[in-house]
Design a protein around this ligand. Sequence first.
Ligand code: FES
Length: 494
Amino acid sequence: MSDQESNVAQLLSLSRAARLVGVSRGALQKKIKNGELPTFEGMVKPEDLVRAYPDTQLEDNTALERFSRIKDEAFNLRVRERLLPEPEVLVERLAGLGRELAQTKALVERYKTVTEWLYDKFSEFEKSGGREIMGVMGPLKLWLRHELEKETPSDYLQSYLVKDSFLRLMTAHIRLLPGRREFFVEGSDTILDAALRAGISLPYRCSNGICGLCKAKVVSGKTLPVRHSDYSFSEVEKNQGYVLLCSHTAVSDLEIEAAVIGGAQDIPEQQIAARVKKIERLGENMALLHLQTPRTKRLQFLAGQSVLLETGNGAEAELPVASCPCDDRNLQFHIQRFSDNRLSDYVFRKLKNGDIVTLTGPKGEFALHEDSTHSQIYLAYDTGFAPIKSLIENAMARDVADTMHLYWVAGKEGHYLNNLCRAWTDALDNFQYTPVVAETAEATQVLEQIQADHADLSGYDIYVAGPASCLTVVKEFLRNINFPENQLVMTRVE
Ligand code: FES
């Protein structure tokens, strides 16, 4: 690559770089770990990116599109309804790109003038000097002329520039301070919705511009209100650039000072009357219950957590949420039919669309390790798949794990969402799925298989959900092979 091409260098965040070459962020991190892509303070040079992905067609985004589709499904229709940024946002971004283009043109003109001046100086020097000087200046002039007449940047680099400009027109990049969390705001999404979609938990409650819990300080960049808000900021907050993340979108790339939810202890208990949206039968004794909360009272929770469900007949049960917090309004639960369980019996016999179910929670501490970039192994026993599904969808949204491997041990109800797990495998290069039939598996057989599949387990976080008896076996097995205790996260699901 010529010097001229490298002049366009501008450091890219990993998320932006991944988008440019159409791969997931996890895939890019793998290249970095393998030493195939250098980074500078966590950023990537465009020319290094082009070198690391020489065969990538910038127009070909198949892999990323498959990945985005999976993420969108976890996020329901909320995002797809609003694909285009607001007109004011587009105008601002176009004006910004126009300004950048004008500056670049001015810079090119200046370089041209300096280069011509340099050529003339070489000529003067050549004429005034002796034989020796001529011997140096001649080739130097030839080289300069040759470089100036060279083709403009390669097609590949030009495609990169076009695509980068397009991405900057359609999306804004957000960096959260302190720390390195980053995500994109697409369409006319609010900053809060975009963060949730990226698997980042920020403090919020009403999602409607009332409570003020989502306020954060914009350190750099420009935002635009896209929803009405009744919250009043103090004069000091106004002057310091505070905005409500639930009612603003990003006009430009932003740096925001915001507290991130550190764990279950940071989320207050909520009570919400949710409506039954759909009850889907997944087999004779399994049902998928879809609940929808009011628009202004969504459930804030961490992937993997549970809530207490209470139905009209006064029956209640604590159940894991089986969907991703990236869609905090549309919640799913896996209900198994038990004749001696009042809630399960009510769901199968009486509950219908439109009925109200009261949710209290969230409860429990089963959640992803917040800052871990370890590869992940998920082990689900029967309906333990519910919280594991929520974790997997959240991990996909975060896109930081190198690899994910799901083992699902199922008994008589079978792998009731087998197709979904297969779809994940098809869509993601770094996802593996191993269904295991419980009747044929000894308690420790699946653990021996995990050990055989992954020679060195020390680089993994292992998440397990299932009955207490299974958790005891898993704990014992992993202790015996000296697996680090802090990399094992378990929850009981009977
Ligand atoms: S979440 Fe209540 S004001 Fe934003």
